[in-house]
Structures are given as structure tokens and as C-alpha cells.
Design a protein around this ligand. Structure first.
Ligand code: SF4
Length: 318
């Protein structure tokens, strides 16, 4: 089951996996352009050649049109190419947890989540295994996957990678973390993040098109851009929201998030990040968005900055 190449049952699988194997030998999948053989060592994304998943379960804490009442079928992939200093999912981002899975098993996982009544399959940070992820979705579709597929991403992706998701992904759920290169460099070691993420977002909007919903108000196509407000960086958040609204208007939804949680020890290196966001700070940014005219948006109410939003990465469902 865990053989990356093995699947005599499906004629297209070997070919699709070949693309993945080639990709891994000199990995330039994402803007980090590590150029390494991931069969030998890991790059900035901290993971090797074979997909690993830390959790696959119904997830209730996405936007209402993604989670619904039944939950989103979230598949949390191990590793991350961005490695933000304030990462809220550090356990999986640093590559220490997760179980290796084949393309075949990934497809089974999606079908199992559909069986559990998931509203969609939510691929969380899957970009560093692009070919295998694409192959797994195509295989699951051939075997009866009917629900939408969501691509949940930091936004730090190459345009050519996003274009490969045509006819594979229905909904894009990227972050737009910063427009400031200085902040992107300070917090994500990626001064090019603003330009890279803006280009990736443009490709996502062009692939997904206008937002569409079913009769239960669940999203079936479209783009929701998430922005996590960092404490003390309200002007940056306003600039991000203004950019999104002026560029895309009602063609996207904007999700304004207040759930920033300081991880242990962060204040020693980044004192400004050692606290949660105040209610006043959040209200100021939300009021700004409303004054701008943003109607297609999501806000978080109540006290959301709790670690309970971070699920257990204990290979549940893998
Ligand atoms: S996917 Fe990983 S190894 Fe490949 S270029 Fe990106 S960070 Fe480097």
C-alpha cells in the first residue's frame, strides 16, 4: 500500500507517479528552488520525497461555507515551505510528525472522508507533493469522489504549480500574509513572498472563477483569501485588505482572522508577537474593511485565539 509507484489497478497511475519522482530528484517545485534530490534529503519544506500526512479528519473551524455543519475533510500534510516564525501548526510544519502514504492511500482517505459526510476535501499545505496530490485526486474522482476539492495554502507557490491544479481543485483557500517585503523577510524568511503570493493568487482566481455555492450555501467553486492579523501590525493588515478589494472586488471572499496564538518562546526573539490580538485591534481592521465596501468577507467572533483550534496531529484517519 505504501509503495509510491505501485498500483497495477489503474493504468494512469504509474505515469502520473513518474512525474512526481522526476520532480523530486531536483526539486524546484516551489519558489524556494532548493534544487535538491528529496530522496536523499529534505529542503526548506523539511520533508522528503514521499507524501506524509499528520491528520485526516472532519474539521469544524474553517469558514462556514467550507466547514458547514458536517465539517470539512481536512487532510493535513506534513512540512511547509514557508516556515513562519509564528507558525500556528509548528508540529507539522517542522516535519516531525506524520505517516507516509501512497497515492492510492491518499485517494482512499478522501473517499473515507466523503463517506463520513465531509463537505469537501481540504488539502492543507500539499504543494510540496504536487504530482502525487494531483494523481491522488484524479484517482479518487475516478473511484467516486464527488465533493469539491479545496487547496489550502500559504500562498507561497509558483504560478506554474497552481496552473497544474486546473480541473483538480475547485476552491482555493490561500493566505495573503503580507505586502511588506520587510515583514515577509523578518517573519517568513521570504522577501519575495508579496510578489510570489500575489501572482499565485491571480492564477487561482483565474482558474476558479467567480464564487459559486450550492443550495446549502456551501462553496462549490471560488477563492477565499485568508489574512491573519498579527499583533501590532494593523496598518499592514489594512494594506492587504485594500489590495485584495481593489484588485478583485467581489470576485473573491476575504477572511479576516483574529486567531493569532503566540507559540512558546516567540517573545524572546520577536517581542511584538508575544501576545494575542486585542478586541479593539481586530475591530479596527474589520471596520476598515467594512468602510472600504468589502461585503464578501468572513470575520471571527468571540475568543478564537485558543490552542483548541489547533487539532491533534496524531495521524488520526491516516
Ligand atoms: S518543495 Fe521543498 S524541496 Fe522543493 S523547492 Fe520547495 S522547499 Fe525546496
Amino acid at each position: 500500500m505504501n509503495d509510491r509507484k505501485g498500483n497495477g489497478a489503474d493504468g494512469m497511475m504509474a505515469e502520473e507517479n513518474e512525474a512526481g519522482l522526476k520532480e523530486m530528484r531536483n526539486c524546484r517545485l516551489c519558489p524556494r528552488n532548493c534544487g535538491i534530490d528529496r530522496n536523499q534529503r529534505s529542503g526548506s519544506c523539511r520533508v522528503g520525497a514521499k507524501p506524509r500526512v499528520a491528520r485526516a479528519a472532519l474539521h469544524m473551524w474553517e469558514e462556514p461555507c467550507i466547514s458547514g455543519e458536517e465539517g470539512s475533510g481536512a487532510v493535513f500534510f506534513t512540512g511547509c515551505n514557508l516556515g513562519c516564525v509564528y507558525c500556528q501548526n509548528r508540529e507539522i510544519a517542522d516535519g516531525t510528525v506524520g505517516k507516509e502514504v501512497s497515492v492510492e492511500r491518499l485517494a482512499e482517505i478522501y473517499l473515507e472522508l466523503q463517506e463520513q459526510k465531509a463537505n469537501n476535501i481540504n488539502l492543507v499545505t500539499a504543494g510540496h507533493w504536487l504530482s502525487d496530490v494531483i494523481a491522488s485526486v484524479k484517482l479518487a474522482r475516478r473511484r467516486g469522489l464527488r465533493i469539491p476539492v479545496v487547496y489550502n495554502s500559504s500562498g507561497y507557490e509558483k504560478v506554474q504549480a497552481i496552473r497544474q491544479l486546473k480541473d483538480v481543485v475547485d476552491i482555493f483557500l490561500p493566505d495573503l500574509k503580507y505586502l511588506s517585503r520587510d515583514l515577509a523577510k523578518r517573519y517568513s524568511h521570504a522577501a519575495d513572498y508579496p510578489d510570489v503570493a500575489a501572482a499565485a493568487l491571480e492564477a487561482m482566481v483565474s482558474l476558479a472563477g467567480e464564487p459559486q455555492f450550492d443550495g446549502r450555501e456551501m462553496m462549490t467553486r471560488g477563492v477565499i483569501v485568508r489574512h491573519l492579523i498579527l499583533p501590532g501590525h494593523l496598518e499592514e493588515s489594512k494594506a492587504v485588505i485594500r489590495y485584495l478589494y481593489e484588485t478583485y472586488g467581489d470576485r473573491i471572499y476575504i477572511s479576516i482572522m483574529n486567531q493569532y496564538t503566540p507559540m512558546p518562546g516567540i517573545e524572546a526573539r520577536f517581542p511584538e508577537l508575544g501576545r494575542t490580538l486585542t478586541e479593539q485591534e481586530y475591530d479596527e481592521v474589520v471596520d476598515y474593511a467594512i468602510d472600504l465596501g468589502v461585503e464578501n468577507g468572513f470575520i471571527q467572533e468571540g475568543e478564537t485565539a485558543k490552542e483548541s483550534f489547533i487539532p491533534a496531529f496524531d495521524i488520526t484517519g491516516v
